[in-house]
Design a protein around this ligand. Structure first.
Ligand SMILES: *[C@@H]1O[C@H](CO)[C@@H](O)[C@H](O)[C@H]1NC(C)=O
Ligand SMILES: *[C@@H]1O[C@H](CO)[C@@H](O)[C@H](O)[C@H]1NC(C)=O
Ligand SMILES: [Zn+2]
Length: 517
């Protein structure tokens, strides 16, 4: 109630002010044009305009120290070389391809290596069961004891079972693998069931719905993760892969679906599962003292009826009561175009305890003016703290401006948007405008394990090389890293501490990078 009221008030106030930003820029442009005919030279004005644009863009007001400037030279030499190659030949520019076709080429890029080493701050948009790499799932999890396999309805099911039951023709996977021919066959099938990777993604996923069908089928094949030991190891591995990718903090979306212990028959409902997650995090932090932490965003599926939704809110209250520091807030997941729009739940959501923030997925769509696109209005009216994807935000100048003024960060997940069919060529990604305007943004990885990525670097690569200007440099990257801590759910004290720990890593990184000049 209070939350919404304050918000409407803010909108009204905002509506009364004039739209200073664009008009200042355009009137100064007119001024420039007049000067052009009077005393300033064409080239002076041109330089000024370019400078103006650079200053307004993400990180544009950061001053680089002399050693940062040197590191920047190394970075920009590599970036310019790679972009120039693509610009001249027209067919080698990696961000113009579907990510899944160029993964191994990206890994060979000099810029990629520089980005890998960079302390990137935090991942603020990722889903628990889709983070750890395919390599870990396949080469580790599927080689464990008591993993059974069955073919159901044309797709592979993997489950840890004490005793196989009769609902499927279960076979012990390790037995199937003893026969080389069957092993080859089943391994192929498992691989195909675990990722979106395919020979020609542009043809296979030629519509958003086809991409989402496959994407959902991967979630549907995660039966092996409902087994407690496998889930805990996967959760640990999620953090390990971020850590190895120079990420120091994460806010992880979790559905908190029921977990089972196949051996002792115990089951773990939402609150107990969250406690298990927290135990894994605590263990991870003991093993890695320079990792600064994890919070969870409770994010169950949006395609539910009102009864189920009431259950979500009850669960949310319990989580807040018992794990107040571990819980960052609430969100809903699942394809927006197919699931329920926020309007279905808005009346209930607006009476949620205002000390529980929202992090809604909104505007993850190509549609303009449809219910999924209008989710952006509801997310903002419900006082969302950040916007998940916000792919459609720039189509709504008023909301965009409001988000910018209220420091509502957009969680941009470039590769996810491409793999799930919103954009083919990263150069057409709408976040280019967010970066150019210096809007509050973070770059995140969403579901890296489902498309052959690992950690955060791949998404930084696409954002830096494909979406930002060719002239965006170390300043933009530094701002992105800092943004990920600034727009996190840590409190001010924690943020200060996090930023200072990050700064130490940053300085060491810059020192090394500058040395390679
Ligand atoms: C799987 O990973 C765990 C750590 O999560 C490790 O202890 C184990 O040895 C690995 N097993 C296989 C089969 O690689
Ligand atoms: C089997 O697959 C068909 C089509 O793919 C689907 O409509 C049906 O619901 C599936 N049945 C089960 C039991 O999963
Ligand atoms: Zn997401």
């Amino acid at each position: 109630m209070v939350r919404t009221f304050l918000f409407i008030l803010a909108i009204l106030i905002c509506g009364q002010t004039t739209f200073g930003y664009p008009s200042v820029t355009s009137s100064s442009l007119q001024q420039h044009m007049q000067n052009f005919w009077q005393h300033e030279s064409y080239w002076q004005i041109r330089r000024k305009l370019l400078l103006n644009e650079k200053q307004e863009s993400l990180g544009g007001d950061l001053e680089l120290s002399p050693i940062e400037a040197k590191a920047n030279d190394v970075l920009m030499k590599a970036k310019k070389r790679e972009i120039y190659d693509g610009f001249i030949t027209g067919n080698t520019f990696l961000p113009s391809f579907n990510f899944m076709e160029v993964i191994s080429k990206i890994e060979k890029s000099e810029v990629f290596k520089i980005l890998h080493d960079m302390p990137k701050g935090a991942v603020l948009h990722a889903h628990e069961s889709a983070m750890a790499s395919f390599d870990y799932r396949f080469n580790n999890l599927t080689y464990r004891k008591n993993l059974y396999v069955c073919n159901k309805n044309g797709s592979v099911n993997l489950q840890f079972l004490k005793e196989p039951n009769n609902d499927c023709h279960w076979e012990l996977l390790s037995n199937v693998r003893k026969n080389p021919a069957r092993a080859k066959n089943i391994n192929e099938k498992i691989k195909r069931s675990m990722t979106m990777i395919t020979k020609n993604p542009k043809i296979k996923y030629d519509t958003v719905n086809k991409a989402w069908e496959k994407f959902n089928s991967i979630f549907g094949s995660l039966g092996y993760l409902s087994h407690r030991p496998a889930y805990e190891d996967l959760f640990y591995r999620n953090l390990q892969e971020l850590y190895e990718d120079n990420v120091m903090y994460a806010e992880i979306r979790t559905t908190l679906s029921t977990l089972y212990d196949t051996y002792d028959g115990k089951s773990y409902e939402a609150l107990e599962k969250a406690q298990l997650q927290k135990d894994v995090v605590d263990r991870f932090m003991k093993d890695h003292p320079d990792f600064i932490g994890v919070k969870i965003i409770y994010a169950p599926n949006r395609a539910v009826d009102q009864n189920k939704f009431d259950y979500y809110l009850k669960t949310l209250t319990k989580l807040k009561q018992h794990l107040p520091d571990f819980l960052a807030g609430f969100d809903l997941v699942g394809q927006e175009d197919k699931g329920k729009p926020l309007t279905e739940f808005a009346d209930k959501l607006k009476s949620v305890d205002p000390s529980i923030p929202f992090f809604f997925h909104a505007g993850e769509t190509n549609w303009n003016g449809e219910s999924t696109d209008l989710n952006l209005f509801d997310a903002i009216l419900l006082n969302t703290k950040r916007i998940g994807h916000g792919y459609a935000l720039t189509k709504h100048p008023l909301l965009w401006k409001f988000a910018q003024q209220s420091n509502i960060a957009v969680e941009v997940c470039p590769i996810s948007n491409q793999v799930l069919g919103l954009v083919e060529d990263m150069r057409n990604h709408p976040a280019a405008s967010l970066f150019a305007k210096g809007s509050p943004v973070v770059v995140s990885n969403d579901d890296p394990g489902f498309w052959g990525a690992k950690g955060l670097t791949y998404d930084f690569y696409e954002a830096f090389m494909g979406i930002m200007s060719a002239n965006s440099d170390l300043r933009s990257l530094k701002q992105l890293a800092m943004n990920s801590l600034i727009y996190s759910s840590m409190n001010n004290e924690e943020k200060k501490e996090a930023l200072s720990q990050w700064q130490v890593k940053w300085d060491a990184y810059i020192f090394e990078l500058a040395k390679s000049a």
